[in-house]
Design a protein around this ligand. Structure first.
Ligand code: MN
Length: 417
């Protein structure tokens, strides 16, 4: 299977830096969307992809193993370097092996397949609003404009371990695959993405048009897209497009063998890839049809326990999510720049995030607990609202509030004279 690729990353219209990264080391393609103030997001997305690339080129482990290692690399850096503390990143990657696309995915970047004029999302967003939609709490339309739509339930680099979604898609001549960050999908409606994907004659033109419309729609986030065109004959490797960005060079590599090492150490949760149609072999090698509306030929990762878990996700989703959300709160954009002073374990404490919850999930984490007893502070008129949270502009503001509480308590405890 010949693959032609188009790629671009764009800062957008609003952001001061580009925290997205992409990777093109044929036959491996990936996008990553970093988060975490200052330079954290840039470091997280590029470190994750650098790690995957290095392991891929050394042929160490499966793609999912490589993503797990990338998680650890980002996490370790986040722990050891205070300037990037709390950073994280999404990662959506496609490894092409003949007519099989091996997808791995964490976060809210997406993979789509265009086939027969229809665009199908292959990945499942690891976001709070997606979970709320699945649980029937909000509609998909409400999710699109929900104030907390960018809160992730999973990301790389946030915890020591990460759960990686994994799936396989059979592609045929004429199929077009899109990997993109939420700077595209958050700005451009899916039917417009489908239209552009359908009409653009080559992958680089598709990518360029997608970036253009995302910017026209406002470009409030960084935009990254990689488009792959699959063609059984006719188009040689020599026509493979160069990456649009010089520091993301295109490297041709031989297609690896189909052998997949044992990955029993990786937990797969979720069913990111739709079930295969009953007879998926018919459409694999046929020419592109503009009338068929069948789902892409898809199969799950091959081992038994994995597909079993995929089917039971509906039952266990609530339990799984509440485990995942612990430690993954206050993650993105809005939340990781919010600070407040509140009560933790009966003590005055500094929190990152906002003092509320969505769908039963807390949207904050304790940064530091002070030695000050919360009850004593709340006994003072000034600090009566402490339990509801006193929001501040930044960490310094939160420190100042705690210092003020300390002074007020000292003053209150001095014997009247
Ligand atoms: Mn983004």
């Amino acid at each position: 299977m010949n693959v032609r690729v188009g790629s671009a990353t764009d800062i957008g219209q609003v952001r001061e830096g580009n925290e997205d990264s992409f990777l093109i080391v044929a036959p491996l393609y990936a996008v990553a969307d970093g988060m975490g103030g200052h330079r954290g997001g840039e470091v997280a997305s590029s470190l994750a992809l650098d790690t995957v690339q290095e392991l891929f080129e050394r042929k160490e482990g499966s793609l999912a193993d490589q993503v797990v290692r990338a998680n650890r690399a980002v996490y370790d850096r986040s722990q050891s370097d205070r300037s990037v503390s709390g950073m994280g990143t999404t990662l959506t990657a496609a490894l092409i092996d003949g007519d099989t696309v091996h997808l791995v995915h964490v976060g809210d970047s997406r993979a789509y397949l265009l086939r027969g004029g229809e665009l199908t999302q292959l990945t499942e967003d690891h976001t709070l609003v997606h979970r709320m939609v699945m649980e029937g709490e909000i509609t998909p339309e409400e999710a699109e404009t929900h104030p907390h739509r960018s809160i992730l339930t999973r990301a790389l680099g946030v915890d020591e371990s990460v759960q990686v979604d994994e799936g396989y898609v059979q592609v045929a001549s004429g199929d077009r695959l899109l990997l993109c960050t939420d700077g595209l999908t958050g700005m451009v409606p899916e039917d417009q993405i489908a239209e552009i994907m359908l009409e653009a004659p080559d992958p680089q033109q598709a990518v360029d048009r997608l970036v253009t419309v995302a910017n026209r729609a406002g470009g409030i986030d960084n935009i990254t897209a990689v488009v792959l065109d699959f063609d059984e004959n006719g188009i040689g490797r020599g026509e493979t497009k160069e990456a649009a960005i010089p520091h993301q060079p295109t490297v041709e590599q031989p297609v690896p063998t189909a052998a997949t090492p044992d990955r029993s150490d990786i937990t797969i949760v979720g069913a990111p890839i739709p079930e295969p149609p009953p007879e998926d072999s018919a459409s694999r090698s046929g020419p592109r049809s503009t009338t068929t509306s069948s789902l892409p030929a898809v199969r799950r990762a091959p081992t038994g326990p994995r597909s079993h878990r995929g089917r039971t996700i509906g039952i266990w989703a609530g339990v799984t999510l509440s485990i995942l959300v612990v430690g993954v709160v206050g993650l993105r954009l809005f939340l990781d720049t919010q600070w407040y002073v509140g009560v933790s374990n009966g003590r005055v404490a500094i929190f990152r995030g906002i003092p509320s919850e969505v769908a039963g999930f807390e949207l904050h984490s304790v940064v530091v607990e002070s030695s000050l007893a919360a009850a004593k502070a709340e006994a003072l008129a000034t600090w009566r609202g402490l339990r509801e949270g006193i929001t501040t502009d930044d960490r310094q503001g939160a420190n100042a509030v705690v210092e003020q509480i300390r002074k007020d308590l000292e003053r209150a405890e001095q014997p009247a004279s």
